[in-house]
Write a protein that binds this ligand. Structure first.
Ligand code: ATP
Length: 246
């Protein structure tokens, strides 16, 4: 779907956020960018979104994304507080000039995809944190993007809600075949969700290691011996690649 060739990013204040990032991402992959705070994960997402330009290297696209081809989900749900779930999900289509009548079935389908078919009229304050995040995911899905960029979307949720949303996101990914790039600090989350894990080193971020997990699907995924083993493997990888670790 896209390739990163020796991509580097230095900010005007001389902070080198990323250096020499090279990777090829195929359609349908679920890529976790896993790394410590400040290693440039969000910078990499912004480069992919076209919000920043690399200072060196290049990003090559198989099909250059147009409007609506990339969906974003951030750590905060960033919903309009006075607007209903439905209106929040309609927003990106409205901004691109879609009429309400034509958008309504897409909005309803996106909300149904995240399990909120019954909550279309609810305002954000009437929804739990997990439900607000579901609205945010529906808003990202409404234009049927080819690529979903997610920046620590579940970091602020309690553990139980987080597990539910991880389960549902994983199922959605399997069902839809979308390409997802997901930033996280959590080894457990990366292990559970991703088909490929890129471990980034501390700033300047480089790809320090790469894993391609192949966990069993189904109800026992999280409790499987393979999952525990994968978490141990990623933890060992971290200890190996992070300076200052014994
Ligand atoms: N606009 C900017 N100007 C200058 N420095 C920046 C800018 N944006 C980010 N940085 C710096 O670049 C480095 C990488 O930031 P980035 O937000 O990409 O990291 P991150 O891995 O996403 O961190 P976190 O996990 O804490 O969100 C940090 O040191 C940050 O302070």
């Amino acid at each position: 779907m896209f390739s990163l060739r020796s991509v580097a990013k230095t900010y005007p204040n001389a902070t080198i956020a990323l250096d020499g990032i090279t990777a090829e991402i195929a359609p349908g992959e679920f890529v976790a960018l896993l790394g410590p705070s400040g290693c440039g994960k969000s910078t990499l997402l912004r480069l992919l979104a076209g919000l920043e330009e690399p200072s060196a290297g290049e990003i090559g696209w198989e099909h250059r994304p147009g409007p609506g081809d990339i969906g974003f989900v951030f750590q905060d749900a960033t919903l309009l507080p006075w607007a209903s779930a439905e209106e929040n999900v309609y927003l990106p289509l409205r901004l691109r000039g879609h009429k309400h009548a034509e958008a309504a079935p897409l909005v309803a389908a996106a909300l149904a995809q995240v399990g909120l078919a019954e909550f279309t009229k609810a305002k954000p304050r009437g929804l739990s944190g997990g439900m607000r995040m579901r609205v945010s995911i529906a808003r990202a899905l409404v234009s049927d993007p080819m690529l979903l960029l997610m920046d620590e979307p579940f970091a602020a949720l309690d553990e139980f809600t987080r597990h539910r949303l991880q389960d549902d996101l994983h199922a959605l990914w399997r069902r839809s075949g979308k390409t997802i790039v997901f930033v996280t600090h959590s080894i457990y989350e990366a292990a559970y969700l991703a088909s490929r894990i890129l471990v980034l080193s501390p700033r300047p971020g480089r790809i320090a290691a790469e894993l391609r997990p192949n966990l069993p699907e189904g109800a026992h995924r999280r409790t499987s011996a393979a999952y525990t083993q994968l978490v141990a493997e990623i933890t060992e990888t971290f200890q190996r690649v992070m300076p200052g670790h014994e």
